[in-house]
Design a protein around this ligand. Sequence first.
Ligand code: DGL
Length: 268
Amino acid sequence: MSSTSANRPIGIFDSGIGGLSVLAALRAELPHERFLYFSDAGHAPYGERGGDFVAARSRAIARGLVQARGIKALVVACNTATAAAIHDLRGDWPELPLIGVEPALKPAATLTRTGHIGVLATRGTLASAKFRALHDSQTPLARFHLIACDGLASAIERDDAAQIDALAARYLRALGPLGARAGQIDTVVLGCTHYPFALATLRRHAGPDVRLIDTGAPVAQQTRRLLAARGALHEGPGALTLETSGPPEAIQAAAARWLGVRSEHGLG
Ligand code: DGL
């Protein structure tokens, strides 16, 4: 790939602000890259919409990012969109480095000591064939307790602290007994990229003996590997552009709060 290609941005999208938790890891791993983040808040939440809708949105967003914006790689920073659309996206753009996210069942299975793992994710992710295959591949190693967290991503998107607190308490309780003792769930997978933004609340309700894990860092490492293999790593100054199909203030405020940055270009 030419240096002009290396200069092109990495596209990243989510239904809203959740993918910023992945973007934080990407910026730490690849500080010289130019990132173009698209929040599809005008069509959120994805998790309660059904796979066909999410696949259609994902393909339209990818088309816009590739054709109009010339991205050199695409990070699908949404578990629900990855489950619904990564296969279609690979078919649409066979040459494009594509990185998806999936709930961290494999890391959790190596970390648990009690053999009981909780998985918090959207209804769409848990209902997908992709998740089912992942789950079935790991069930010999541990027992997974799955909870569809309706409304939690939306509450995080709205920054509704009371609702986040109520739903975090309800869904963690629904998982079953939490803790480090035999028979208890000692590891909880945050299977939606919004949930790391509720980490403090989730931790408070889960208690000190439970490990909460997400997927930002491994996704960032995989992105570096794919770009390095193509000679497409950027060496100049990094940059961030934020775009959205929803209200611009929401994504700007979330980026300022969670990443400590503002978009360096106007919102499209
Ligand atoms: N952040 C998304 C995920 O990782 C989905 C949130 C939503 O329901 O829109 O699954």
